[in-house]
Design a protein around this ligand. Sequence first.
Ligand code: HEM
Length: 245
Amino acid sequence: MAELVVDAVYLKEIDKARRALIATKNCAPIMLRLAWHDAGTYDAKSKTAGPNGSIRNEEEYSHGAISGLKIAIDLCEDVKAKHPKITYADLYQLAGVIAVEITGGPDISFVPGRKDSNACTNEGRLPDANQGFKHLKDVFYRMGLSDKDIVALSGAHTLGRAHLERSGFDGPWTRDPLKFDNSYFVELLKGEESEGLLKLSTDETLLDVPEFRRYGELYAKDEDVLFRDYAESHKKLSELGFSPT
Ligand code: HEM
């Protein structure tokens, strides 16, 4: 059996924090974006950054790509105050997992034990929404993730919306931004017929190359496959650079 890196007291705290986070249902989208932005800085070659809580440092959350996430950091601060044993790194990833679960998405297995880092990650590691498939590959391959992970994880845009004052973009990707389902892919495939919904260049590019498109088409057709693949890819993202055993 795998050796636990945390003790029973820590696990109990995780369970209590899980319940506290469930109470923040309407904040699910921003909590998921927080988890992604803490983890998505990972560099597999140098084994630096990743889900290590460093996004809580002002220098890092002031980066342009992270704009608006101080709201989610502050929400987590309330939970941290009640459960101080839990690392920020674990808390942010737990928040991401709960955000998917409480909005109707798949259960994602959560293993605690991440360590916090005080080092601020250099700017420029997260993807730029104005770019295409090559850029997505550069960024996600750098994390050690695959084409399938890129498409499945992009499906997180089934939740939430863009805010002009944060990213310069505006509006939701789907008609029910508080429901985790496969509608992001359904709308993406409708192309221009999908009126009034947001499509970033990095969303549209998922249809540009066959190695992405085949997953997009599959997920639009079969929500069960999306949920299975999304749960696997999200777990990988949340554990970049972290070996629970
Ligand atoms: C929101 C870009 C991938 C989860 C956003 C916004 C942008 C963006 C520009 C709008 C932010 C705002 O104005 O509030 C991108 C790009 C990606 C990407 C370029 C590259 C593929 C992901 C991934 C996840 C994710 C992998 C999670 C696994 C979210 C969520 C929101 C969001 C949940 C909505 C936040 C809210 O409603 O406040 N993303 N994203 N994104 N992103 Fe992404």
